[in-house]
Ligand binder design. Structure first.
Ligand code: C5P
Length: 221
């Protein structure tokens, strides 16, 4: 960014997976790398924003000049998100938050011989972090969610836009191996109430710049 369009703005980003503890040595999680969130954090910082990155466990170096809040579980990510809403202008949820967590976390390592051959592990739903941010009293001016879909991108994005009360949804098709999950290049569809914009296939860095550019435009109007 030649000028610094986000100078004076505070951007909060969630990234990576969450880990939901089963016992002291086991957890439920997913394969999120956190790369997209870290790339967006870097792009926002280059655009002049003061950036807070709320990150689940990933193996990435945090970009320079940003504040990183490390969390493990969805509930920790939820608290960290709400603790960082003061003066927040933009909130971007890239995290792959676990939809469910074990209802109880065992204090001691669970033993196989106490379980038999069928283990029942009741799960309870985690809160939707981005929806709660978008509906909170401290709602940032601009709240952006991600949607990984395998079909019907635009319709699911629109549904998510409404259900989560966000300003834009960045949808990507994870069924395509060339641009989907785990690939280096991504193609995204930026969906707002009254606009659609396709971008890519491009590197995550370029996609991150596109998203920060779109956010800048959105803050202007
Ligand atoms: O509903 P779904 O998980 O498909 O929505 C994805 C979007 O919602 C992402 O932006 C993700 O970070 C956010 N999300 C969240 N809290 C959850 C689940 C998803 O913030 N519990």
């Amino acid at each position: 960014f030649s000028s610094k369009p986000l100078l004076g703005k505070k951007v909060v980003i969630t990234a990576g997976p969450t880990r939901e503890a089963i016992d002291p040595v086991r957890y439920l999680s997913n394969h999120s790398s956190g790369k997209m969130g870290y790339a967006i954090a870097h792009a926002a910082s280059l655009a002049g924003a003061s950036v807070t990155l709320i990150s689940g466990p990933v193996s990435l170096e945090p970009p320079a000049n940003i504040t990183v809040v490390n969390v493990n579980s969805a509930l920790e990510m939820y608290s960290a998100a709400h603790e960082n809403l003061e003066q927040c202008d933009v909130f971007i949820g890239t995290a792959a938050v676990a939809d469910y967590r074990p209802q109880n976390t065992a204090h001691q390592k669970m033993k196989k011989d106490q379980q038999g051959d069928l283990l029942n592990l009741p799960l309870v739903e985690n809160p939707d972090i981005i929806a709660s941010v978008a509906k909170s009293e401290q709602r940032p001016a601009c709240v952006i969610a991600f949607a990984a879909e395998t079909q019907d991108l635009e319709n699911y994005a629109l549904r998510k836009l409404e259900k989560k009360a966000v300003d834009a949804v960045v949808a990507n098709d994870v069924s395509r191996s060339d641009i989907g999950f785990g690939s280096e290049r991504n193609e995204v569809l930026w969906v707002t109430k009254d606009s659609r914009q396709r971008f890519g296939p491009e590197t995550k860095t370029q996609v991150a710049h596109f998203i920060i550019h779109s956010v800048t435009e959105m803050l202007r109007t």
